[in-house]
Design a protein around this ligand. Structure first.
Ligand code: MG
Length: 260
């Protein structure tokens, strides 16, 4: 009888340990920073500072290389009629964001990151430029700027450009770099040295098996752009490592409550 109780007790304990080990830990990344609050704007200094203040896992920014080698931070290829990759820093620095700030350079955001004690990492998206060569150049310049400030451990890289991802891996083999386009399997990317997939929610719904395939290869899984509570719960249940969202505080509340 005692032995039976002992076996039952042992089985319950090992089941609890196993379920804990398998429990996923999903973290939040602010898409273009925390920009929806008053006084903030996408890809602004304020949006980065607010994400750092939240202490979430990451804050994402979009990077374009100007003709004269400056990295400007903005989502679209053009802003107020100025094509960022075709112009100079002098023209870009005059551009104002919706919250009144001047458009930031990557190096200005790195300065904010350097000053902060927040655990939040900067997710540096190297935009797909007009041609692969320009995307590669942008990746190389971003790596230089990050190294110069010794921030290698506080950034991760992402790109829709496979050439940019490969350049990042070649120049910074220790860096975490994830591919965004959703059209390659984890195995294919792993062979190229890419450390994560960062796919639109529709791609992960179509290929939910890519989450466990990526994990088996030691890769991370990030999903974008997930704002609705039900979608956040669905992606957490699927086991993704990161959720990129325009609603970082909401996402953080959901993933932390569900993880308890
Ligand atoms: Mg982006």
């Amino acid at each position: 009888m005692r032995l039976r109780y002992f076996i039952l007790f042992f089985s319950i304990c090992s089941a609890l340990i196993t379920s804990k080990a398998q429990k996923t830990f999903t973290q939040t990344i602010a898409h273009r920073g925390e920009w929806r609050s008053e006084g903030s704007a996408q890809n602004s200094r304020a949006s980065l500072q607010r994400a750092l203040d939240l202490g979430i896992c990451g804050s994402e920014i979009d990077d374009w290389l100007t003709r004269d080698g400056h990295i400007m931070v903005n989502h679209d290829a053009s802003y107020q009629g100025v094509s960022l990759q075709d112009t100079t820093f002098a023209a870009c620095k005059r551009l104002r964001l919706s919250n009144g700030e001047r458009m930031p350079e990557l190096k200005q955001l790195l300065k904010i990151l350097k000053k902060s004690k927040s655990p939040t990492r900067l997710i540096v998206e190297v935009k797909a430029h007009r041609n692969p060569e320009r995307s590669r150049q942008c990746a190389a310049e971003a790596i230089k700027a990050i190294r110069r400030r010794k921030l290698e451990n506080r950034v991760m890289y992402i790109s829709f450009s496979i050439e940019a991802c490969q350049t990042i891996h070649a120049l910074a083999p220790e860096a975490e770099v994830a591919y965004l386009s959703g059209d390659r399997t984890p195995e294919e990317l792993h062979r190229m040295g890419i450390t994560g997939i960062d796919y639109n929610i529709k791609h992960l719904r179509k290929h939910p098996e890519w989450v466990s395939e990526a994990h088996k290869l030691g890769m991370n899984v990030n999903v974008w752009t997930v704002d609705a509570p039900d979608d956040i719960r669905e992606m957490q249940a699927l086991g993704v490592d990161y959720i990129t969202t325009n609603e970082p505080a909401r996402c953080e509340g959901i993933v932390n409550i569900s993880a308890e």
